[in-house]
Design a protein around this ligand. Structure first.
Ligand code: TYD
Length: 249
């Protein structure tokens, strides 16, 4: 099934450890059941420029201006070869990191985040939905450590703190900010609700033969989550109530 008049672009952003990849996978899985064409992608890409920046994380980072140029060159290729054609085809595109990461990470190295956004928005399509997963720094560092990143956590903390501050300052009506400390399923449901609320997606799902079945599935997912929270013995009554309120808001 194709979206009309064009596809939608959903970008996932947040500091390392925020849970982007998990949530992209969850959304990809759910969308896979709808019959819509789903294209999952990421930045930096695995293309020539993307490989240069990845290699530089081992061999030594490029100077900030040069690093910015390489990320932008990578994105230009990505927009031209994959994002634009998929949007024109009517696909739902899920991108794990996009130009907001450039504002945050190259901004953290002293470049102007507002200028970086302007430079990117001159050629890269603005997402229809920008999901920003937020996590306290300590929680993010803990997750990175568990994963075995092996970074110098002192340096990492300073850099991540700057990135985090830039992500938190981003503004726009198309931004969905979510507390990444919530259970994965709660975050996934909030994201699925926001995707269903995109006009092109909602319209396509309602008019598809399986639309009604999907609505029923969504209700069941919510009921299952209510039961899970209610029966979770590790949560205090106040925490249960807070989670239920967020879930049903
Ligand atoms: P990451 O998503 O961790 O990719 P992978 O898991 O494939 O290595 O991205 C690698 C790093 O690149 C991450 O720390 C953020 C950084 N980055 C930038 O500095 N600028 C950008 O424009 C993008 C897209 C990523």
């Amino acid at each position: 099934m194709r979206l009309q008049p064009r596809g939608v672009l959903i970008a996932f952003e947040g500091i390392d450890g925020a849970g982007k990849t998990t949530q992209v996978s969850a959304l990809e899985k759910w969308l896979g059941t709808t019959g819509l064409e789903v294209v999952r992608t990421k930045e930096p890409t695995n293309g020539t420029w993307g490989q240069i920046v990845r290699a530089s994380s081992v061999t030594g980072r490029l100077p900030p201006e040069k690093e910015l140029e390489v990320f932008i060159a990578d994105r230009r290729d990505h927009v031209r070869s994959l994002l634009t054609p998929a949007l024109e085809r009517g696909a739902v595109i899920l991108v794990d990191r996009y130009y907001f990461s450039t504002a945050a990470y190259q901004g953290a190295r002293g470049l102007d985040p507002a200028e970086i956004l302007r430079q990117n928005e001159a050629f890269a399509p603005r997402p229809d939905l920008l999901v920003i997963l937020e996590l306290p720094l300590d929680a993010a560092l803990e997750r990175i450590e568990v994963r075995g990143g092996g970074e110098n956590l002192f340096e990492k903390r300073e850099d991540l703190a700057k990135c985090d501050a830039i992500f938190r300052r981003l503004e726009g009506n198309d931004i969905l900010r979510l507390d990444g400390t919530q259970p994965e399923e709660t975050v996934a449901k909030l994201i699925a609700d926001a995707v269903r609320a995109l006009p092109a997606v909602g319209h396509a799902l309602r008019s598809s033969p399986s639309g009604a079945a999907l609505a029923a599935t969504a209700e069941q997912t919510t009921l299952a989550e209510v039961a899970r929270i209610t029966n979770d013995a590790s949560l205090s009554p106040a925490e249960k109530l807070a989670r239920l309120r967020r879930l049903l808001a």
